[in-house]
Design a binder for this molecule. Structure first.
Ligand SMILES: [Zn+2]
Ligand SMILES: [Zn+2]
Ligand SMILES: [Zn+2]
Length: 362
């Protein structure tokens, strides 16, 4: 143990992301090391129904064209519509403007909105597990449909912005789906680095990190005989564990309350999660979000799904890549130091953050 971990639990160290080493985090818990301004907590809109909200029941005519709704008959629980202001558009011909070092590719793709729940201001941890399982099922179904609809689509990003600090422009709870002809750079970095790790060590680095989180043990010896009296599974990075899924606090967390959810058994593609396992994923998600909400109080966050890209390397990357959901609560605003250095600053020791999340009684 380095002297950076003193009795006062002060930590000041640069942690290298084990999956993407070029991404590092300065963990600095000392008072003077807080370069960030705390995000002001905007009160959450908890209303069940808002007359003027285009995403609320009864205002279906105010949304862009419907893609699907669940369940199909009767009152809908989840609805999917086209995005009114898509960042990527349909197949309109655009002239590529390539000049010297400035290259562009067509902004071709799809941008869609999923209204997560008919209740306007409901938070994820307040949704029923069966509802959340259905929502994950809708994500899966739409990803599959989009990949099958056009082979130029290489990646389908599913994400959610919740709260103004996380960039949500409409308060009604919703997620977004963006299908794109390129693999996002951060996913590409994870895919390439995990493939390189696999080539060298013959195992998936994500699986290794899960094993590490689970097998961290404390051994208690008998003072007199020296025999092992008890072993405790400390699991200091584990936040929540289900039968098939686990929520982990990353060792090199960029955000103070960042948590990742992964399948315990190796799986590269989110599309391969079996329908009967979605309930366990929903349970781990709901409990994780409830822990975050209890600790932060009205969490504003982004979450996004990272799954193996559907490009020509999809099969080759299946053994080395492991899909996951990254949850990034926004509790502070990045400062010039972070933007200028590219170094994330985390002012809470990830081990202590995990401990606080685990301590929440649900
Ligand atoms: Zn609404
Ligand atoms: Zn794995
Ligand atoms: Zn990721």
């Amino acid at each position: 143990m380095s002297d950076s971990q003193t009795d006062s639990n002060e930590v000041r160290e640069i942690r290298i992301n084990p999956i993407v080493p070029s991404e590092s985090v300065l963990v600095a818990t000392a008072r003077g090391m807080r370069p960030k301004k705390a995000e002001e907590l905007a009160p959450r809109d908890t209303r069940k129904h808002v007359e003027t909200c285009p995403f609320c029941r009864g205002n279906e005519h105010k949304t862009p064209p419907l893609i699907l709704s669940w369940p199909e008959g009767g009152d809908w629980q989840i609805r999917m519509v086209e995005n009114l202001y898509p960042v990527l558009g349909d197949d309109r011909e655009q002239a590529n403007f390539n000049f010297g070092l400035q290259q562009t590719i067509d902004g071709y793709g799809r941008h869609e909105v999923i209204i997560d729940h008919h209740e306007h201001g409901i938070a994820v941890h307040e949704m029923a597990e069966s509802h959340l399982a259905a929502l994950f099922g809708v994500y899966q179904m739409r990803m599959r449909q989009l990949f099958e609809s056009d082979e130029r689509l290489k990646y389908v990003l599913v994400f959610k912005n919740f709260g103004p600090a996380a960039g949500a422009s409409i308060p009604h709870t919703h997620s977004q789906v963006i299908a794109m002809p390129v693999v996002p750079e951060n996913v590409d970095a994870e895919v390439k680095n995990s493939a390189a790790h696999y080539a060298k060590h013959h195992h998936c680095i994500f699986c290794a990190l899960i094993d590490e989180a689970l097998t961290f043990e404390a051994t208690i010896y008998d003072r007199n005989s020296g025999a092992v009296r008890r072993k405790i599974n400390v699991g200091q990075y584990v936040v929540e564990r289900g039968e098939k899924f686990i929520a982990i606090k990353p060792f090199a967390s960029r955000y103070e309350w960042e948590v990742h959810i992964l399948p315990l058994a190796h799986q590269a593609d989110f599309l391969d999660v079996r329908a009967e396992d979605l309930a366990d994923l929903a349970r781990v998600m709901k409990r994780t979000m409830a822990r975050l909400d209890a600790v932060i109080g009205g969490a504003q966050y982004n979450f996004f799904l990272h799954s193996v890209p559907h490009d020509s390397q999809r099969q080759a990357h299946a053994p080395s890549y492991h899909w996951h959901l990254e949850i990034c609560p926004r509790t502070s605003i990045p400062t010039g130091f972070e933007l200028g250095s590219g170094l994330f600053v985390n002012t809470i020791n990830p081990e202590q953050a995990a401990e606080r999340l685990r301590a929440v009684e649900l």
